[in-house]
Design a protein around this ligand. Sequence first.
Ligand code: HEM
Length: 457
Amino acid sequence: MSSQKLLEVVESLRLNSLLEIAKTSRFWINLISAYGTYKVIYYLFFDPLRHIPGLWWSRFTEFPLLIRRFNGTQEEYVQQLHKRFGSVVRVGPHSVSVKKVVDIRRVLSSYKYPKAEVYEKALLDAEEIFSTRDEQFNRLRRRQVGPAFSTTGLDSVEDIVLDVGSRAFKKKIETGIEKGNGSYTINYFDNFQSLTADIIGELAFGKSFGALESEKPSIIRLVNSTITISVLDTLIPPVKYIPFLFSKYKSDKQKMVDFTSSCIDARREAIEKNEFDKGRIDILQMYLNAHDLDGSPITKDELIAEIVLMLVAGTDTTSVTMTWLLHFYLMYPEVYKKVVAEIDEAFPDRSAIIRYKEARQNLPYFHATVYECMRMKPAVGGYLPRDSSSDGIQLSDHYIPPSTELLLFIEGAHNDESVWTSPKKYIPERFMGESGKELAKNLVVFASGVRICAGRK
Ligand code: HEM
């Protein structure tokens, strides 16, 4: 027998005996025990996060946290973990929850700790300002769209915002009351959602969607479908390639893209025909003038991705906050009375429109009620995930090793007792005066630092 043949026989014997062994339960018990022993030794002596306090399961899995996220109990659960283990708590094999304002602001202060990998899947296929993890790309986009959010930019569109926003809403309510002979039922959340969508429509798409006038605005459905199908694509990748799966969402997403594309064409045409008001500094205009890192003009797909992103980032965040504010006014009538009295005193002429700058200067108590609302009910709640970078980072008493996911816990920061007195109570007065201005710096409702919300003004 040649040596080659001999080797083949030995190999087949090995394989056969291995298959035989694999059939026995003893084999599996031994295998599982060996794996378990390896894991225990690893987590006790070698795991880089072994010094971070947390529940035992967090060394092995993040699953219990995910369940809480999906059933809506994450906030209470994580608050309890922090109460028990301190300001930095391990919540998964590679992730820690961070709740102290100083730690959160430290992480957010620089591009050194980029957005975590979960952001990589953008809403549409092209990279955009929000989901990018690339410092240069983000800097470029923020610079390009920045003028639209500057004081000059916002001044240039204030009348449009007033028209499609407050005036349109006032008219809708007045008409409703008139038709109902003094009685009118309204769903505030739905209407605030339509109102914010219409405003962003004007600023980023070049025209209002008319959502406020419609009973069932299709734009809200298109946005919701776009978000849903993008999440499904990320969670279950084959969904993207099987056309009949979730086809309604897919077709809505395509409609969203086509509609955005037509809005871009319309603006370009208006510019060509000299029909566009050059004094208007809005989001769409800033992006139309933009280019990429290599100097080439921004492509249409990128343009669409940036514009749709603005609608998604700005609509629910703003309308949810407005709804909570109204809710607080109803829960605390004495606060509401003070707000009304402040407005009446500063602006006795009820028929005059109050402009943004005047409101900023003359309505400190009203602004305090908004801050307190955003502290207690941040529209982007839960976690902002970041990466601890290749150097790691010192947070409170803990050194967090490289490549750890830092879950920055917004509600934790907004209830941090070392910063806020009686954090569970709605007390707008805390934001009044000079000390109130200082205190407001501890809010992270719009994140903070280099990736702070571009639309916060
Ligand atoms: C009350 C209203 C809003 C709240 C609470 C809010 C909150 C936030 C938060 C927390 C982030 C950071 C998210 C993260 O890092 O994962 C963010 C980012 C962002 N927001 Fe807002 N937002 C609001 C309104 C708006 C509006 C109206 C727009 C635009 C029209 C907008 C555009 C953006 C953009 C473009 C980013 C990404 C910035 C970057 O990564 O460089 N937001 N927002």
